[in-house]
Ligand binder design. Structure first.
Ligand code: CNA
Length: 246
């Protein structure tokens, strides 16, 4: 069985650690994940909500559902996990920072400086017709009501810069994420079901380059057998880390 002492020993002996986070680190901030016990899959199909061609033909479907999930993100606060990861980076225990699949901006809000957002961000919205940009705040009046925000320049539909199913991952962030994963001697894999590709190849890249992975996730993942340590409860693990490194 994995122990916290083993984890702190690993962290202290590593030179180039990074974290790879998924929606599970934000359930503690009151943001639902996709596939966890109370995940969004219970009542909405994210494959339709976040599908590019579905969005182009019917953006109202996304906005009518995203009002409760995306356009309340400014009210959410970082959890213990976000805060401890930021502290670990500041203390030099996580020099490569965080690669995240999340789009909730909470790592930056907690004070993490190196954050690679693999699945984009809703802090920017872009017009489907003329590519003009608007901020999260400027689309909020319509989006928080479930209405479609329109481009101020041409009246086109605004789409969040979140990576939808059917879109490529952002090239620069993806390249940086794989570079970090390849050079990490330790990757903490936190709150991800590891079923979304290609993001789940990040931990495999660390393993292929001789690094170790530690997994903290409530439900099983396809990489559990490759982890040197495996825990299930993020709150428990990060309470212990906060005490140890606090
Ligand atoms: P996922 O597939 O929903 O997996 C989340 C995992 O976290 C599940 O396996 C849960 O069992 C686990 N989990 C939840 N809470 C805890 C906890 N307290 N302790 C331990 N484990 C826990 O999400 P992934 O991130 O793997 O999938 C990638 C998708 C989900 C990305 O495209 C994200 O953008 C997308 N997503 C992001 C957010 C967000 O930004 N907060 C929320 C929901 C979905």
């Amino acid at each position: 069985m994995s122990s916290i002492q083993d984890l702190t020993d690993l962290l202290e002996s590593s030179r180039n650690a990074a974290a790879f986070t998924g929606a599970g680190v934000s359930t503690l901030s009151g943001i639902r994940d996709f596939r966890g016990d109370s995940g969004i899959y219970q009542d909405v199909d994210p494959r339709r909500m976040f599908d590019l061609s579905a969005f182009i033909s019917d953006p109202g479907y996304y906005y009518s559902r995203a009002k409760d999930f995306i356009y309340t993100l400014h009210e959410k606060q970082p959890s213990l996990v976000h805060r401890v990861l930021a502290q670990m980076e500041q203390r030099g225990l996580l020099p490569q920072g965080v690669i995240t699949q999340n789009i909730d901006l909470l790592h930056a809000k907690a004070g993490s400086r190196r954050v690679v957002e693999l699945h984009g961000t809703p802090s920017v919205h872009r017009c489907l017709d003329c590519d003009a940009e608007q901020s999260y705040e400027s689309v909020l009046p319509e989006a928080s009501q479930g209405e479609i925000p329109r481009c101020r320049a041409c009246g086109g539909v605004m789409k969040p810069d979140i990576v939808f199913f059917g879109e490529m991952l952002p090239e620069d962030e993806t390249a940086i994420a794989f570079r970090i994963a390849a050079s990490a001697d330790l990757l903490l894999v936190l709150g991800s079901s590891l079923v979304v590709q290609p993001a789940s190849s990040i931990p495999i890249t660390t393993l292929d380059n001789g690094g170790k992975i530690v997994i903290v996730n409530r439900t099983p993942t396809p990489l559990d057998d490759y982890a040197v340590l495996r825990f299930s409860d993020l709150q428990q693990v990060f309470e212990a880390l906060a005490q140890y490194f606090g």
